[in-house]
Design a protein around this ligand. Structure first.
Ligand code: PLP
Length: 388
């Protein structure tokens, strides 16, 4: 039986083992482990990849978000509009600064921020909005930017899952005040431990973030802000520099894999690729790409409708050695740690529904044809046991 893990990094990193080892050796010999030319080189090239003016290598995607919010002076008493359906860090960073994340529902097609709901939640304390380009698909950045302009809000784009994704031809992370990227190993540019990147095109914000990254220190031992240590290791930068030139290729493979799934699955009578026109009988809804085919599919996430059906499909796939997982079982308003914020409730219906319906299947670049066929066959086999 062919095994299909949800993610397998061994081939991608194995293919570069020699170059990675050489990069490690280079840093070892240099004895320059903090800041320095390896980091500067990676920052220059990764910012260029993202078509951003400035890039700042940081310790993680979470710290990228935190640093961006700090540079925008988000603090206690402020509110930030954050989609409820996302990874914890998007909202967690807002709360860590003493500000209040205001949960916003998501669009059922794209799983990205629902601005009609956001508009209901703007108050005199609202300082920023955080579109999350979830699963590798850009949020509608024309709409986000005009929303932000209308209400005079700062914009921090959570690009952790979407490096290289575009909205109408323009890279995510270049629309807002800041873009925040992650190199956690499961992201599209997967590092060797934790790492992240902050992008901005504003020279003043860049300077502020740069200084905040090193304890608000400039020059040495003179501290004008209360920052922290948000640095990316030189070693991480050197290793990521080996993989960066391959990122477009990795993304292209993910796009091909997603297209393959779509083509083969959408012909089944119980599958729909358009929620707006899907008949009630559709059991599986395929993810929609509204950005014009430039999503980079960090996850390929199905919606499985009907009581208990998502868990049934998951059990079926697991029994066939096909990796799959639920991103995310709870939306942020439902997390125990956020109960005292206590808002959202009825207004975030889609996010709550998604928690019961989503299932992400393997879409990583190195999937073989046989593995992809195995995934499709297993899903169709399960669908054929379902009643329409
Ligand atoms: C991974 C992720 C983060 C955090 O990145 P880390 O590098 O793991 O700290 C933030 N937001 C989203 C949407 C993510 O997927």
């Amino acid at each position: 039986m062919i095994k299909v893990p949800l993610l397998d990094l061994s081939m991608q990193n194995g293919a570069l083992a020699e170059e990675l080892t050489a990069a490690f050796q280079r840093v070892l010999n240099s004895c320059c482990f903090i800041m320095g030319p390896e980091l500067e080189n990676f920052e220059k090239n990764s910012a260029a990849f993202c078509e951003a003016k400035h890039g700042l290598g940081v310790s993680s995607g979470t710290d990228a978000i935190l640093l961006a919010l700090m540079a925008l002076d988000i603090k206690a008493g402020d509110e930030v509009l954050v989609p409820a359906f996302t990874f914890f860090a998007s909202g967690g960073c807002v709360a860590r600064l003493g500000a209040t994340p205001i949960w916003v529902d998501v669009d059922p097609h794209t799983f990205n921020i629902d601005l009609a709901d956001a508009a209901q939640k703007v108050s005199s304390r609202t300082k920023a909005v955080m579109p999350v380009h979830l699963f590798g698909q850009a949020a509608d950045m024309d709409a986000v930017m005009s929303f932000a302009k209308k209400y005079n809000l700062r914009v921090v784009e959570d690009c952790a899952q979407s490096i290289g994704a575009k909205w109408k031809g323009r890279n995510v992370g270049t629309f807002g005040d800041f873009g925040a990227f992650s190199f956690f190993p499961s992201k599209n540019l997967g590092g060797f431990g934790d790492g992240g990147l902050v992008t901005t095109s504003d020279p003043d914000l860049f300077q502020r973030a740069r200084i905040l990254r090193v304890h608000g220190m400039d020059p040495k031992y003179y501290h004008s802000y209360i920052g922290a240590n948000f640095r990316m290791d030189a070693l991480q930068a050197a290793l990521l520099s080996v993989k960066l030139p391959h990122l477009s290729g990795y993304n292209r493979k993910r796009v091909e894999n997603a297209a393959y799934y779509r083509e083969l699955l959408k012909t089944h009578p119980l599958v729909s690729d358009n929620i707006a026109t899907a008949p009630d009988s559709s059991v599986i809804l395929l993810p929609c790409d509204l950005s014009g085919g430039e999503a980079i599919w960090n996850q390929f996430t199905l919606r499985i409708r009907g009581e208990g059906k998502r868990n049934a499909l998951r059990a079926h796939l697991v029994a066939k050695n096909i990796g799959c997982d639920i991103y995310y079982p709870l939306s942020l308003d439902q997390q125990v740690c956020f109960q005292e914020i206590g808002q959202g409730g009825e207004t975030i219906k889609v996010s709550h529904q998604l928690g019961h319906e989503v299932l992400s299947i393997p879409v990583y670049p190195e999937l073989s044809q046989a593995q992809k066929e195995t995934v499709v066959e297993a899903i169709i086999e399960w669908l054929n046991t379902q009643k329409s």
